[in-house]
Design a protein around this ligand. Structure first.
Ligand SMILES: Cc1cc2nc3c(=O)[nH]c(=O)nc-3n(C[C@H](O)[C@H](O)[C@H](O)COP(=O)(O)OP(=O)(O)OC[C@H]3O[C@@H](n4cnc5c(N)ncnc54)[C@H](O)[C@@H]3O)c2cc1C
Length: 478
């Protein structure tokens, strides 16, 4: 008989959180800490959403999206999770660029980028300082019509090489382009530039298992393999419950960590929204997806630590978003995982990531899809050979993920890795005005994406939920 993953759930909760990405997990934790009854529903068999990992024979553990995040994660994790989680966050100092325009290494801090821009690219110090100050002072309420391209033109006219240095890592980090609003660049770039790039020592599995333990301590009812099919809305346009694995569970509020477009169109249903809002939601553009190749070395084999931690490799002659997304890959980010990533481990791994278009993969026949995956693996190994010369001989395990893989595991429309383009943020923020008690917290609008953006968005939305559910109502919840 099929196992009932919802056995013992209550009839009703204060908050149902749909999805256990970093925004969903954080929302659930904050709401439970405040005394609300919280049910967390995740369709996958493990928590974390994109912040996830998988194991393969031979003792290999691969992280999917643990490449680097800004220093702000330490503060957010200390405040909204635990000091122990915050204390495991460590800096990655070996960031490297290799492309036809330049070859350099950086610690990815403001000081080091200033040095590089002045010494390597010959930009005047006051211009560099002004650029950093301008980026730093940008916020969501600023004018939004200026594009990132215009921002670069203002400070570094005609300098495609400088644009590449400043933009390529951010495009990898959140899929943004030169046509996106300059504020999305300013906010995200400044977050990284504040103090460099950080990672979680111990790996994503250790982080998510620590988060799970904290959720349990705070009383969150966690259910995996639980697919929400429907968000139920009453005639007065108030959330009344969800249908999950065919079972109805009542609730006063829902925080959906599912993709904002699928929350509106698939989980709630178009009939419950004003036409104008629905038109705006339909017009929201999804962000791009990704491909990855996961490579594990045989026990006892290693690579040189001159490889660095993060390597932005490209054979393309300039910065070009279409080339970054193309199935004919010319640019890759390599993440090198040393045994120190997981203290106690003796394993050396490399993960190659590229931004990708969903349609390039979704429309292939099964045979062409398999052949394309094989080709992706072979061309990635060819490329990696430049940095790890005998990689094929050292290899114990290799496999690839495509936009279809991301779609399958996270249910993001078109396997979107970074939610939506900028306009998605307003739709996400306006959702509770359409349906009382319905909130969205998850990758959206470029700014609220990535590990830090998603986690912080979970915090912001929890405050909104709390305002609706006054603390005095807690006792009604069981
Ligand atoms: C290849 C790749 C590399 C990345 N690298 C980095 C990086 O280096 N640094 C960085 O900061 N960010 C990175 N990111 C982005 C980052 O991982 C994400 O932005 C962030 O983890 C998203 O969190 P989220 O809260 O939006 O939820 P998601 O991670 O999108 O999770 C949503 C969850 O909701 C669940 N769900 C959806 N629908 C339902 C339903 N109907 N019922 C039940 N559950 C449902 C899904 O299963 C999923 O678990 C990367 C992403 C990818 C794909």
């Amino acid at each position: 008989m099929a196992r009932d993953f919802l056995k013992g759930t209550k009839d009703s909760y204060d908050v149902v959180v749909i999805g256990s990405g970093l925004a969903g997990l954080t929302s659930a934790n904050i709401m439970a800490r405040q005394g609300y009854s919280v049910l967390l529903l995740e369709h996958h068999y493990q928590l974390g959403g994109m912040a996830t990992w998988f194991k393969r024979a031979g003792g290999h553990i691969f992280d999917i999206s643990l490449h680097g995040f800004p220093h702000g994660m330490i503060k957010s994790c200390r405040k909204y999770w635990t000091p122990e989680i915050a204390e495991s966050i460590v800096q990655l100092k070996g960031v490297r660029f290799e492309n036809p325009q330049f070859s350099l290494r950086t610690t990815f801090t403001r000081e080091d980028f200033t040095r590089i821009l002045v010494e390597h690219f010959g930009i005047a110090l006051p211009t560099v300082q002004q650029f950093f100050d301008t980026a730093r002072s940008m916020n969501f309420f600023d004018e939004q019509s200026k594009t990132t391209r215009e921002l670069f033109e203002q400070f570094f006219p005609g300098r495609d090489d400088v644009v590449r240095l400043l933009m390529e890592p951010i495009t990898y980090a959140n899929g943004s382009t030169l046509e996106d609003p300059a504020i999305t660049y300013g906010i995200v770039f400044s977050n990284f530039m504040q103090k460099g790039v950080y990672t979680f020592e111990g790996g994503t599995d250790a982080l998510v298992l620590k988060m799970k333990a904290e959720l349990e301590r705070n009383g969150v009812d966690i259910r995996i393999r639980s697919l929400v099919e429907k968000i139920e809305v009453g005639p007065d346009r108030k959330v009344t419950g969800v249908v999950v694995n065919g079972k109805r569970i009542g609730c006063r509020t829902v925080v959906s960590n599912a993709n904002v477009k699928s929350t509106i169109q698939n989980l709630v249903g178009e009939q419950h929204f004003d036409k104008k809002f629905l038109d705006d939601a339909k017009a929201v553009r999804l962000n791009n997806s990704s491909c990855q190749v996961y490579m594990a070395l045989k026990p006892g084999k290693s690579f040189d630590d001159s490889c660095g931690d993060l390597l932005f490799h490209s054979e393309h002659k300039g910065f070009d978003v279409d080339a970054l997304l193309s199935k004919k890959v010319s640019s890759r980010t390599f993440s090198f995982y040393y045994p120190s990533t997981r203290p106690g481990s003796d394993r050396w791994l490399v993960v190659s990531s590229t931004n990708a278009n969903y349609r390039d993969w979704a429309d292939l026949s099964p045979e062409d899809y398999e052949a394309s995956k094989k080709d992706l693996i072979e061309t990635t190994l060819d490329c990696l050979e430049r940095y790890v010369p005998d990689i094929r001989a050292k290899l114990d395990h290799v496999e690839a993920a495509t936009p279809k893989t991301f779609e399958h595991y996270t249910r993001h429309l078109a396997g979107s890795s970074f939610g939506t383009k900028f306009e998605g943020l307003q739709v996400s923020r306006d959702l509770p005005q359409q349906i009382s008690g319905l909130f969205h917290a998850g990758s959206v609008g470029i700014i609220m994406s990535g590990w830090l953006g998603a986690l912080n968005y979970g915090v912001i939305v929890s405050n909104d939920v709390d305002k609706l559910l006054t603390p005095s109502s807690v006792s009604n919840s069981t």
